[in-house]
Design a protein around this ligand. Sequence first.
Ligand SMILES: Nc1ncnc2c1ncn2[C@@H]1O[C@H](COP(=O)(O)OP(=O)(O)OP(=O)(O)O)[C@@H](O)[C@H]1O
Length: 369
Amino acid sequence: MEPIYPKLILDALATVRYPGNGKNIVELGMVEDDIRIDGNTVSFSLIFDKPTDPFVKSVVKAAETAITTFISPEVDIKGRIAAKFRNSGPAPKPENPLPGVKNIIGVSSGKGGVGKSTVASNLAVALARLGYKVGLLDADIFGPSVPKMFGVEDEPLYMEKVGGQDYIVPIERYGVKLLSIGLLMERDAPALWRGAMASRALNQLITQGMWGDLDYFLIDMPPGTSDIHLTLVQTLAITGVIIISTPQEVALADARKGIGMFTDDKVNVPVLGIVENMAWFTPAAHPDERYYIFGRDGAVELARRLKVKLLAQIPIVGSICEGGDSGEPIALRESITGEAFMTLGRAVVEAVDERNDSLPATSKVETHS
Ligand SMILES: Nc1ncnc2c1ncn2[C@@H]1O[C@H](COP(=O)(O)OP(=O)(O)OP(=O)(O)O)[C@@H](O)[C@H]1O
């Protein structure tokens, strides 16, 4: 068989008329510029106005016949013509699973155990005390500790039917609506909740949670980088993230990596700032003394170097731990730490306002199949 050239194919296709108006499909611009020839095998696309065009099948069939008749019966073309459409209707708007939520804030850390959940919980309480409507989603499958900090580990979850659909009703404590992946799982069985299963559960908490209208929706993310982070940036347009670190070198190196994950070109979630937790130790009996047991100002320095805000420094005080264990976050109390968290709350409000004034809304990360 003679070699096949694109011109030969176009000549063959010029013999095919579009029944709608009698003109040939080449002059109508229906042949896409994607003709591929590989030996005897030919493939390309035909462009129609809309998927409901009644002539799609007959035109594709006529094009196949024209090629085998005009060029050679040996051309392998059957089933190789793709139909494309100019107007497949308006592109569906990306769905927003949380239409009543103004700002979505991720609370993240490069490394476990730096006090991320403590900060997320107390920040939520502080924002509620400032008069805002606040939701907190505990997405930390590796150590869901939010229910314990709010003293709600044994609360049953309720479903409510709205418009024939089941919704999960968040638990409300201290003015914060909360849901945790921990409330869906057996205590002491965290290892089972990894990967795809956890992502699905999380998706459910977001899309089926009855969150309603919120000023701030905080998400306590797992430490480091994981599938959960990917699920979150694909499901939600996150307004910004807050990175928690201690002043230690190891924590700082991981915090840097964590920041890099969000600022990556493909993710593009703004970093609202860094919180230095466990910045120093102050004995309850000597409120004026500071002991820099994990190093001094490590996160302050990191924030300066990366040109991100330092939102607050939270000291270590025995009472934070007790607060966490008693189910009553410390931000509720009038104390040094209570005040540190209120300062953080105000700094976050300011950072979010600034971000919203200067940057466009975040886009969800597209999923490519
Ligand atoms: N500033 C602080 N002062 C005293 N104790 C603190 C402080 N911050 C956190 N803690 C305590 O440190 C422990 C770890 O905190 P938390 O669970 O918040 O860390 P985390 O970073 O969320 O950990 P992970 O995500 O790895 O479970 C808790 O017992 C908490 O009460």
